[in-house]
Design a protein around this ligand. Structure first.
Ligand code: PMP
Ligand code: GLN
Length: 389
């Protein structure tokens, strides 16, 4: 295996959630809501599992592509929100979370030595799966700025070459909370077209934006035919443990993703799939309420961290805000993150884990905090951070 960046180390999420539990700290590390999504969806899943007819085989394997009603609901969702037309028979694949859709998509198209261009910091599985494919990750640093973090498009253009097989995009962006504009996406799509590469677009936070529109890159002229779009019910419905995700795009690309997915998990979560289908068809009010709640959570966290003296970049979307913790008197956020659960009663994630080692130095004092928590928990967390270590 080619793992030059050590990407296959134990994940930081497990370590920090472990420390938070051990010290009974408020867990603003791993991104999961502290309130479950719609009870209606849980009821559908429960009644699917517990049924009177044991011969109905509802608890046996789901079809490899996912149940047709869910694929149909995903197609209706993409049409209703973005005007994207999909054939549920061949253009959609249900996966075990977005994680599996990402893994299967990268493994399906990468040959050893191929390059994957992505913006950095990046979600940790990107480097890990690229390493599993013996391919090379080419990270393009985002320019962190209090006035608004944006992609450096000149640097991006220079990074995409004929060696690039995949542009791996994430908008809304974890961990920086950037939502790419249509103009920025145009530059990215044009580079993909010029160098004939695929776009894998991780849109798991598509409904979690605050006052800015989410634009799927697949809606841009010339992009759909080379784009695999990935999303997740975990984020859309605050049910992260359900691990139901999906990939959609042109039939020939999805067929290749399926050829890998069938040997990763074969199929996933039959009881959750009808619940997610119902959610996608009936979720408009839920999505707007979730957005409003998260935006309120963001505002509590961002202003609280600022009052504690930290530099905070205000996110336009996702569950996360990143903050420079230098004012807490520690230069290494990685050290701070390991002390904070025990001595400060709060857990967060050091930002550098989302970068390759050569690019970690400028991020060394930064941390990511999740705000997908109830207001009283966020107020408590910022009060603890104001006290410090
Ligand atoms: N992509 C991004 C950007 C994420 O933050 C996450 C974490 N939820 C995933 C993918 C994985 O999603 P899932 O839990 O559905 O596998
Ligand atoms: N996506 C979530 C995060 O970034 C959780 C990831 C995980 O636990 N693997 O925190």
């Amino acid at each position: 295996l080619v793992d030059p960046h050590g990407a296959l180390r134990p994940t930081i999420f497990e370590e920090m959630t472990g420390l938070a539990m051990q010290h009974n700290a408020i867990n603003l590390g791993q991104g999961f809501p502290d309130t479950d999504g719609p009870a209606e969806l849980a009821d559908i899943a429960a009644s699917f599992i517990v049924n009177d007819d044991a011969t109905a085989r509802r608890n046996q394997y789901a079809p490899g592509s996912g149940i047709l009603p869910l694929r149909e609901a995903i197609a209706r969702h993409q049409q209703r929100y973005y005007g994207i037309q999909l054939d549920p028979a061949v253009d959609i694949l249900v996966s075990t979370g977005a994680t599996e859709a990402l893994a299967a998509s990268l493994l399906a198209f990468l040959s050893p030595g191929d390059e994957v261009v992505t913006f950095e910091p990046f979600y940790d599985s990107y480097a890990a799966i690229t390493a599993l494919a013996n391919a090379k990750l080419v990270p393009v640093p985002l320019t962190l700025a209090e006035t608004g973090t944006r992609p450096d498009l000149d640097r991006f253009r220079a990074a995409v070459t004929d060696k690039t097989r995949i542009i791996l995009l994430n908008s809304p962006h974890n961990p920086c909370g950037v939502v790419f504009t249509a103009e920025e996406l145009r530059v990215i799509a044009d580079a993909a077209i010029e160098h004939n590469c695929l776009i894998i677009s991780d849109e798991v936070y598509e409904h979690l934006t605050f006052g800015v529109p989410h634009v799927p890159i697949a809606t841009l002229d010339g992009a759909f035919e080379r784009t695999i779009t990935i999303s997740s019910a975990g984020k859309a419905f605050s049910m992260t443990g359900w691990k139901v995700g999906w990939a959609s795009g042109p039939a020939e690309l999805i067929a290749a993703v399926k050829s890998v997915k069938q040997f990763l998990s074969y199929s996933s979560g039959p009881a959750y799939q009808p619940a997610v289908a119902h959610g996608l068809d009936n979720g408009d009010a839920w999505f707007s309420a979730l957005k409003a709640e998260l935006q309120a959570g963001r505002d509590i966290l961002v202003s609280g961290l600022r009052e504690a003296g930290l530099t905070v970049l205000e996110p336009e979307g996702t569950y996360f805000a990143i903050a420079d913790t230098r004012s807490l008197g520690v230069s290494s956020a990685a050290d701070l993150a390991r002390l904070l659960p025990e001595h400060g009663g709060v857990a967060g994630i050091p930002l550098e884990v989302f970068a390759i080692p050569e690019h970690q130095a400028p991020l060394a004092s930064w941390m990511r905090f999740a705000f997908c928590k109830r207001p009283e928990i966020l107020y408590d967390a910022v009060a603890r951070l104001k006290v410090g270590l």
